[in-house]
Design a protein around this ligand. Structure first.
Ligand SMILES: [Zn+2]
Length: 462
C-alpha cells in the first residue's frame, strides 16, 4: 500500500481538491479520502505538491529529440534544399538507423525516454523505425507505459526532386511493415496489465497504399490495437492523396476504415473545419504537436482544434520531450489565435494530456485519479520561487512551471522517480551513453552528407 498526500489533487473527472490523500494498492488507485488514513503503508507527502494523473504524450518520436536538438532549430532560408521534413528530418532519421548499432539506437532512445519520465510523462505513444526495436525493452526498464506504433510504408524511400518536392520510391514494403508489427505484437504486447502495448504506425495516407491501410484496419480491429497515422500534416501529402485518390486525406482514411475510435491522427495541421468535424463525429482523435510546427515557423490551429469539439491530445513529436513545455506552447497559440485569454486554459490542456489521451488510447482505466484507475501519477513540487505564491496550482504549473519539477513519478503503482531521482537505474550513465550515441551519429551523418554541409559547418565549437 502507498499513500500519497499532496497539497492539491486534480483530475479531469473530479476537479481540484485540497488536502486529500490518495491510496494505491498494487497497480490501482483504491481510494481518495479527506482524512489522513491510518494505514500501515509507504507514504509520500509533499507540502506544496500538486498530484495529477501522469501526463500522456500522444504523438512522439522520442529519439528524434536528441538527434535534432539544435540541429533543426533556427533554420535559415538557404540551409536546406527543400521542406525540412523531406530534406533533413526523414533522411537523417533513416540514415542514423543504418549508422548506429541496435544497442546504440537503444542508448539514444533510453536517454530520451528518461527525460520524458523525469518530466512527468507516464504514458507515451511513439512511432519508431524498425531498427529501434530496443525501444520496448528500454521503456519498460525505466517504467514508462508506452504504445509502440512502428512506422509502416508501402513506398519506403523518400527523396526530393529538383524542385524540392518529395518523391516516394522503392520496392513495395507493405508486407515487411505489416509482418514486423504483427510479430512485435505477438511477442511484446502486454495489454492493460503491462506497460508495453503495440499498435500500428502507418506513416501517412500518401506513403501507404489503400490496400495496406485496409489491412491495418482489419488487423487492428481484431487485435484491439491502436493505429497512429500522420494526416493532413503538409500540403504535399494532401496534394499527393488528391492526385492518387481524388479526395482529401481525412476522407481517404475514412474510406479505408481508419476514421474511428482507436485511431489517432497526428497533426491534422492542414485539415479544414469540415475535415476536423469528420474526425470528431467519427470518434477518432487528433494529436497536435505545437512546438514541432513552431520550429518551422508555423502555428498549429490550436484555437480551432479546441473549439471544434474533436477529441484532442498533445504530443511533442520529438522536438521537446517535456509535456509541460508543450502544453504551455499550446496555451499560447490558443490564446493568441483566438484573441481570448480564456482559450487553452490550464485545466483544458491538462484534460487533453490526461483523460482525453487515455480515452484516445481506449484506456478509460488511465488518466484519472478515481478509485479503480491504474496508478500512473505525477506529483509536481510547486514550492520553488517560480510558483509562489500559488493562486491556482494548475495555472501555476502551465504558465510558470517546468516538467523537471516532477518530484515523484509513479506508473502501475510503482514509484519510478522520487525526490527528482530515478529510483532504479543510473540516470547519469543513461545520459552519458545516449549522448555518445548521438555524437557518433552526427559525425557519421555529416561525413555521409545526411546532414547537409551547410548545416554541418554551423555546429558550435565543431
Ligand atoms: Zn510524427
Amino acid at each position: 500500500m502507498l499513500v500519497v498526500s499532496p497539497r492539491w489533487l486534480w483530475c479531469a473527472e473530479t476537479g481540484l481538491r485540497e488536502g486529500a490523500h490518495l491510496i494505491v494498492k498494487g497497480d490501482r488507485i483504491v481510494d481518495v479520502v479527506a482524512e489522513r488514513p491510518t494505514l500501515d503503508a509507504e507514504r509520500i507527502e509533499l507540502e506544496d505538491g500538486l498530484l495529477t494523473p501522469g501526463l500522456i504524450n500522444l504523438h512522439n518520436h522520442a529519439m528524434s529529440a536528441p538527434l535534432f536538438r539544435g540541429l533543426a532549430d533556427d533554420i535559415r532560408p538557404d540551409d536546406l534544399p527543400g521542406h525540412i521534413l523531406f530534406s533533413l528530418l526523414m533522411p537523417l532519421g533513416n540514415s542514423v538507423a543504418d549508422i548506429l548499432t541496435p544497442e546504440a539506437m537503444g542508448d539514444a532512445t533510453e536517454m530520451a525516454l528518461l527525460e520524458c519520465l523525469m518530466t512527468g510523462t507516464t504514458g507515451m505513444l511513439d512511432v519508431w523505425r524498425h531498427q529501434q526495436h530496443a525501444f520496448v525493452t528500454r521503456a519498460t526498464g525505466l517504467g514508462l507505459r508506452t504504445w509502440s506504433c512502428p512506422y509502416m510504408y508501402t513506398v519506403p524511400n523518400l527523396s526530393m526532386d529538383a524542385a524540392g518536392k518529395p518523391v516516394w520510391s522503392g520496392e513495395d514494403a507493405s508486407d515487411r511493415s505489416f509482418d514486423f508489427v504483427m510479430r512485435l505484437h505477438a511477442e511484446r504486447h502486454q495489454g492493460p496489465d503491462g506497460l508495453a502495448s503495440i499498435g500500428f504506425g502507418p506513416h501517412g495516407p500518401d506513403s501507404n497504399s489503400p490496400e495496406l491501410l485496409r489491412r491495418i484496419d482489419r488487423a487492428s480491429r481484431e487485435l484491439g490495437a491502436i493505429v497512429s497515422i500522420h494526416c493532413a500534416q503538409n500540403p504535399m501529402e494532401i496534394a499527393a492523396v488528391k492526385a492518387a485518390h481524388g479526395k482529401g486525406s481525412v476522407e481517404h482514411l475514412a474510406d479505408c476504415g481508419l476514421l474511428r475510435p482507436g485511431v489517432i491522427l497526428a497533426h491534422a495541421m492542414f485539415a479544414t473545419d469540415e475535415e476536423i468535424g469528420m474526425v470528431r463525429d467519427a470518434g477518432a482523435t487528433i494529436a497536435s504537436c505545437p512546438l514541432g510546427f513552431a520550429r518551422s515557423g508555423r502555428g498549429v490551429p490550436m484555437a480551432r482544434l479546441l473549439d471544434s469539439g474533436v477529441r484532442l491530445g498533445i504530443g511533442t513529436d520529438g522536438v521537446t520531450l517535456d509535456m509541460v513545455d508543450e502544453l504551455r506552447g499550446a496555451a499560447i497559440l490558443a490564446k493568441t489565435q483566438s484573441g481570448k485569454p480564456s482559450a487553452g486554459s490550464a485545466e483544458r490542456l491538462l484534460t487533453a494530456a490526461t483523460r482525453d489521451s487515455a480515452d484516445a488510447l481506449q484506456r478509460p482505466d488511465l488518466g484519472r485519479l478515481t478509485p479503480g484507475s491504474r496508478a500512473d501519477l505525477v506529483l509536481f513540487d510547486l514550492s520553488g520561487p517560480r510558483y509562489q505564491p500559488v493562486w491556482n496550482p494548475l495555472r501555476a504549473l502551465i504558465t510558470n512551471g517546468q516538467g523537471s519539477d516532477a518530484h515523484t513519478v509513479i506508473t502501475a503503482g510503482e514509484v519510478r522517480v522520487r525526490d527528482r531521482k530515478l529510483v532504479r537505474g543510473d540516470a547519469a550513465a543513461v545520459t552519458r551513453r545516449g549522448r555518445a550515441a548521438i555524437e557518433q551519429a552526427w559525425a557519421e551523418a555529416a561525413r555521409q552528407g545526411a546532414i547537409p554541409a551547410s548545416l554541418a559547418s554551423q555546429r558550435a565549437f565543431a
